[in-house]
Structure formats: C-alpha cells, structure tokens
Design a protein around this ligand. Structure first.
Ligand SMILES: Nc1ncnc2c1ncn2[C@@H]1O[C@H](COP(=O)(O)OP(=O)(O)OP(=O)(O)O)[C@@H](O)[C@H]1O
Ligand SMILES: [Mg+2]
Length: 327
C-alpha cells in the first residue's frame, strides 16, 4: 500500500495516511469525498467504496479504489476501519481514452445524421404529388430511424460529458410544473402518451435549474414508464413540495425492477434482464444521464419498485434560495 501511494512506511505509521490534512496525498475533490465516506462509516457502521485520485510526493499521480469496513469491539462500538486499496491507475487511463474516443466519434456522427434527417423531411415537398404511398412510408421510416440514431448519439455525447465533468448547466428560474408539461409535449405523439396524468401541487416554487436538461430527465423517466409499464395502466407524474425541496415523481404499474437489479440500475449501459430480451429499443444510458444531471443540480434521483405492482422514480430538487447557494 505504501508503495502504491509513494510514501515511506516508517515515517507515516502514526497518522491516518489518506486523511492527513498537513501532508495531502489526495486531490482536493477526493479528499472531501474520502473524509465524508469515512465519517459516514464511523457514524452508522456502513462500509464504503470509492475511487480516489492520489498525488504522490514524487510528483506522479494515480487512482486507487479504497474500500473500508468499520470494526466493532465486543460491546458494539466502532473502534477501527479495516480497508484495502486497489491500484486502478491503468483502468482509469483506459476509461479516459474510451470516453475521448466516444466523444470524438459521436461528435462526428452528428452531422451526417442531421443531413439524413433534414433530407428525409424535405424530400416529400420537392417530389410533391408524384410520390407513391410506398415511397412516402419508406421516407417516414428513414426519418424516424435517423431520429432514434440522433438520440442515441446525443446520449453517448452526454455520457462522455458527465464522465469528464464537462456537463455545463444553463440555469434559470423555472417552475417544475412547467418542466413536466414541456417534457410531455416533447414526447408528442409517442404511443401511450394518453396514459400519462399530471397531479400538481400549486404551492411548488421555482427551481434554479437548466430547463432543457431537466426536461431530458423527465422525458426519459416518463418514456421509461410508458415503455416498461403495463400497456393498459396509467402513468402518474406528481409534482409536490417537500419542505424546501420540489419533488417530481413518475409512477407506473407493471413488471418493475427486481431487488437484485436495483444497485446497478443507474450505471451506464445497464438494462434489466427482462428488458434485454423484450425487443424494446434503448442503450441503457437514460438513467445514468438522468442521475448525473439531477446530481449536478444538487438534487437526488432514486427508485422504489415492487415488482408486479408499482414502480416510482423520484427526482428531488432544492427550491429557490437553497438552489441558488448550490449554483
Ligand atoms: N418504469 C420502469 N419499470 C420497469 N423497468 C424500468 C423502468 N424504468 C427503467 N427500467 C429498467 O431500467 C433500465 C435502464 O433504463 P434507462 O432509461 O437507463 O435505459 P433504457 O430505457 O433501456 O435505454 P435508453 O434510455 O438509453 O434509451 C431499462 O432498460 C429497464 O430495464
Ligand atoms: Mg430510458
């Protein structure tokens, strides 16, 4: 471990190696996260696992995964934290290269996809009456397919922005109820949209947020509820006030998500076992991006699911003054 961190074991034994405030081994951001994780473990006995960036005394940098678990004495008091470090520097470097490539390729794909979308929309106007119904049906398919391709490429770009902390928010004061209405309007004529009902508490104040990004979050949650919920059941979108937070929840009835799949559901490219074989299109990026966007607003996104009954995704955003402080 000392070799991994690049420090001499003899001089360091008396101090908590990673959390030493005088002699920093961690980047500023990792230091804050590591301290919070250790404090949480000491407070409630929960284990922790997190990736930390290290700056070694010899000037080199690297990454470790730190895992820790509190140790209790006979009377149940936490007396120490047992932990391990794994050197993940090479893995991180490969991840960085992969994200760079994803971003370059997705970026280059946008322009030709845009051309296909534009041309397939214009062609009927140029050809006019002479176009057969069959040709028009083919064009509609080209237009719809290029639209899905555009959404996938945009999601890949957003994924790489989130991975490299480059997602920029354009914040303004916006009403959560209006965000819901806009997201539903954008879902347009999606099959099943008529099953969506909104229940709004008019006491909800504005949030200081990026409307386009939050509409993207709601777009995914509502389209998921339609795609993965029972075909004959309603989808309820609730906007409520919860103390100084605004909460938007999306509830549907249906198959739901089994408990063993919940821990990884918000990871990228993760789709539930039942979905993978169902033929419903998707990359498994929607929830990963949604959580990234909500967290950059200092909010929280989580799910509660009872398989076969109800599934609810909750988005909680700080209202007004609290949101401004976070920005
Ligand atoms: N309301 C829901 N009910 C049941 N399963 C759900 C629900 N919402 C999401 N899931 C499961 O979570 C998985 C991940 O959702 P996510 O939105 O990230 O990806 P996706 O919808 O598969 O694809 P994408 O959003 O990238 O088009 C889905 O594939 C599905 O298995
Ligand atoms: Mg989705």
């Amino acid at each position: 471990m000392y070799r991994m961190l690049g420090v001499d074991s003899k001089h360091r034994r008396q101090k908590p190696l990673l959390l030493d405030d005088d002699d920093r081994l961690l980047s500023e951001e990792s230091h804050v996260r590591a301290r919070a994780a250790v404090e949480a473990s000491l407070a409630d006995g929960s284990p922790h696992e997190l990736d930390l960036e290290i700056h070694r005394p010899d000037g080199t940098s690297g990454w470790v995964t730190a895992r820790g678990e509190p140790v209790r004495d006979a009377s149940g008091n936490i007396v120490a934290i047992n932990g391990t470090f794994t050197d993940i520097t090479k893995v991180k470097e490969l991840q960085r290269l992969r994200d760079e490539w994803t971003s370059v390729i997705a970026h280059d794909l946008r322009q030709p996809i845009g051309t296909i979308m534009m041309a397939s929309a214009m062609l009927p106007e140029l050809v006019g009456e002479n176009m057969t119904d069959e040709a028009r049906a083919f064009l509609d398919r080209i237009h719809a397919a290029s639209g899905s391709l555009k959404r996938m490429v945009d999601d890949l770009l957003d994924m790489s922005l989130l991975e490299s902390n480059r997602l920029k928010l354009e914040r303004t004061w916006v009403s959560p109820i209006q965000l819901v209405d806009e997201a539903i309007a954008k879902l347009g004529n999606l099959a099943g949209i008529e099953r969506v009902h909104v229940e709004a508490d008019r006491g909800v104040r504005s949030v200081f947020a990026d409307p386009m990004r939050l509409e993207q979050v709601l777009f995914n949650l509502i389209s998921n509820a339609i795609k993965y919920g029972d075909a004959d059941a309603d989808v309820i979108v609730r906007v409520t006030r919860n103390g100084s937070d605004a909460e938007i929840s999306v509830t549907n009835r249906g198959r739901g998500i089994p408990p063993d799949e919940l821990p990884r559901l918000f990871d990228r490219f993760v789709r539930s076992k039942a979905t993978r074989g169902s033929g419903v299109a998707g990359l498994g990026l929607g929830l990963y991006i949604a959580r990234g966007i909500v967290q950059s607003h200092n909010g929280r996104l989580w799910v509660e699911s009872t398989p076969g009954e109800e599934t609810t995704f909750h988005v909680v955003l700080p209202m007004s003054a609290e949101a401004r402080k976070a920005a």
